[in-house]
Design a protein around this ligand. Structure first.
Ligand code: AFP
Length: 334
């Protein structure tokens, strides 16, 4: 029989070993993983659980919220508020951060999450997920400003994909590991102990319908990929777009590739569509820990100093040599 390592065993080993994670961080990760199990159960019920469709409300970014966006947000808050490991939480679905209620002890960490990434996939039964990022609280009252730390300050990041399998991928800064949920046992078992992104790839991921709005460096890169064997790259490229960053990044962590959600002319005043704190930073931490690279076209994403909780950013991430190429194309026209 294969001897598997559970999430608990892995975290205890990280506490004792090289990563030396503090017990509060270990508890935090276990609580988030438990919340993801509850979200997975809700997701899998679909129409039978009456969880599909719109909630009839909008979030701070003016996006229509789905019922599952709200359920997942509540599950994460309820699970995390009483354990004594958190100072506060911030979510893509809430205008402002939430503190820990006074009746509970306050901990050292700040948790940020996109409770349900890819919500347009919910009703069509395609992969979705939860993305999270953990920062250390620097002290004093917890406010929105407490969360405005660059991605390099993250002590942990991860995501859970609710797809054909439910998988939890995480980093505490010592590589990237993957766990798969055993639904009968209700346990997370390690199924990949060192995820690595190959340096080169033949697969790109971008919403091609926005092509006419792209900046010249992005257009140049994709045109060269599309030219295939006969073009300057001398090889054929494949394309994939799940429309849930969490699933697209999971594919890249599994078999390589490049993912882009660049700035475009539709809303020239916005740097991009994706959120720096809830999506780009945690994914960049994971990608870098797996040997890949993540930039906004010009700069390493994790070095951006955030100025607002719901800040947006252009994203280019994945296989190192491709991200370097796209970044070089942007720098050439600066
Ligand atoms: P939602 O969670 O609001 O559906 O957005 C998902 C997302 O932010 C990201 O996960 C996808 O990569 C991207 O949007 C897809 O956007 P397009 O619909 O513009 O392709």
């Amino acid at each position: 029989m294969t001897k598997r390592i559970s999430l608990t065993q892995y975290l205890i080993e990280q506490q004792r070993g090289e990563a030396q994670i503090p017990s509060q961080l270990r508890l935090l990760i276990e609580v988030v993983a438990r919340a993801c199990k509850r979200i997975a159960i809700n997701v899998s019920k679909g129409a039978l659980g009456e969880v599909l469709g719109s909630a009839g409300s909008e979030n701070v970014q003016g996006e229509v919220q789905k019922k599952l966006d709200i359920i997942a947000n509540e599950v994460l808050i309820e699970a995390n508020e009483w354990g004594g490991h958190l100072a506060g939480m911030a979510s893509e679905e809430m205008d402002d951060m939430v503190g820990v209620p006074n009746r509970y002890p306050q901990g050292e960490y700040l948790l940020l999450f996109d409770p349900l990434d890819g919500s347009s996939n919910i009703d069509i039964n395609v992969s979705i997920g939860t993305i999270f990022s953990v920062l250390k609280h620097k002290g004093g009252d917890v406010t929105n400003e407490s969360f405005l730390q660059p991605g390099t300050a993250q002590v942990c990041a991860g995501y859970c994909v609710y797809g054909p399998q439910t998988t939890l991928v995480l980093t505490v800064g010592k590589g990237v590991v993957m766990f798969t949920l055993d639904r009968e046992m209700g346990a997370w078992w390690m199924t990949e102990d060192n995820m690595r992104i190959p340096e080169d790839t033949k697969e790109f991921s971008i919403n091609m319908s926005n092509m006419r709005h792209w900046a010249p460096p992005v257009k140049r890169y994709i045109d060269e990929c599309l030219a295939g064997k006969e073009g300057p790259r001398g090889k054929d490229f494949n394309m994939r777009w799940v429309a849930a960053m969490v699933a697209d990044v999971h594919r890249i962590l599994t078999r390589g590739g490049i993912f882009m959600y660049p700035w475009d002319k539709r809303e020239p005043g916005k740097p991009g569509k994706l959120r720096l704190m809830y999506e780009a930073n945690p994914m960049s931490f994971l990608v870098e820990q797996a040997g890949g690279m993540a930039t906004n076209g010009l700069q390493r994403i994790m070095e951006i100093q955030p100025t607002q909780l719901h800040e947006r950013v252009a994203v280019v991430l994945g296989s190192k040599s491709e991200v370097e190429r796209v970044t070089a194309y942007h720098r050439e026209v600066q």
